[in-house]
Design a protein around this ligand. Sequence first.
Ligand SMILES: [Zn+2]
Length: 505
Amino acid sequence: MSYEIIIGLEIHVQLQTKTKIFCGCSTVFNPDHPNVQTCPVCLGLPGALPVLNEHAYYLGVKTALGLGCQIAPYTKWDRKQYFYPDLPKGYQISQFDLPFSHHGHVDVVTRDSETDGNKQPTVRRVRILRAHLEEDAGKNMHDESGRGRDSKVDLNRAGTPLVEIVTEPDLRSADEARRFLEELRLMLTYLEVSDCNMQEGSLRCDANVNLHVTQPDGTKVPTPIVEIKNLNSFRFTEQAIEYEVARQWEAFQQTGIRMGAKGGHKRTVGFDPNRGTTYPLREKEEAADYRYFPDPDLVPVMTTVEKVDSIRAEMCELPANRRQRIIDEFQLSPYDAAVIIDQGRAVADYFEEIAKSCRDGKQAANWLTQDVQAAMKERAETISTFPIRPNVLSALLDRINKKQITIKSAREVFAALLEDADGGAVLSVDRIDELVKSRGLAIVQDTGAIETAIAEVLSRNAKAIADFKSGNEKAIGALIGQVMKSVKGADPQTVREKLLAKLAE
Ligand SMILES: [Zn+2]
């Protein structure tokens, strides 16, 4: 028997609004001061009326367009019955049968070219069933000391706008699920709709997992679906799915229980990262238990094709499109393109500025992914605070391309520029030329000076010449070194060629 892994995800994304979705309270993450960002609306006091925050809808539409979704011309709000103290109204305002957007897709690179930079990556298309808007709940805090029975609730988060994104069960491994989430997070940060801070709970994921087992007679049997709730890191998501797959396979081999059979109902579990295992949670409610009905306090939202198009026009290029474009435009490998784009918009912008200006994409990519990144790491800086701005770096690369300095000398200038910056200097292109001059790094184009130096060096190195002519090719290294010492800044390649020509005479 063999099996196929079937995974669908539900992702909750907090939208980056200043205020909550149905009231004017702040959405700032503020765990040290519970219950200060509340008002009668989000406290659920009688008579308080919600009003939609238009910016939340706007960010929701942007998110949905990024997912390639269609935007519904008419959408409404529904109450989902909910019995926990972190939503004091007793219900959550959500969207049931008419979500504001539906039917999109995200393409995920499932096997990339880490080992072969030029191979085209493999892509999985993950369909998006729907994306809807809703309010977040507050946070219950239970006393875990074992002494008291003290549970508290912080309602600062209650009413924060969320987009819930529901995928079709199109993912086929834990690794694919992680890559999908990484691509989604990248897209959301490019669009600036969410900060996607997982530690603060801005992005949470539920995973529905089961197996399609192919039996010896060729028929396929699905195992019962398990929903893993509230995964708050990509690594935990991957680990939890891997654990669930192994557990379900073992259970199926022992019991043969299939989805829908007796004992084969859908289950809800949590993930314990310390043990690396899942554990049962409350039984999954069916939609009927939620007793959805339209919220009479909120008017439906209607939109037009023109409005949606105007939001679309404000969107930046999506990471997937930008990866492909920089491959085509700057002849990068898919691997290099991914390394640059996956670090966010600011790094991608920095790259494009140097690549366009020095007209050498490969060179720009090498410097960005090696020298700049290493320096940034050492200096604990981000690309936006890095003192060598794109115009200065591209001027440096331009001097390499024009054979005015060697790559080795460029690295020396690069390090000197950073020292300058530490001394408080604002770096300019002129400073590059000053450093090249004061350190004698310019490649000497004067072939006369090189030839004179060669003649002089050869005249006092009879032994090295004899060694070289008797087959010891290493002897030429010492000769090149002496010429270079005499003509500081000579291009070693030119010296070598001229020296070999002279020796062949
Ligand atoms: Zn409020």
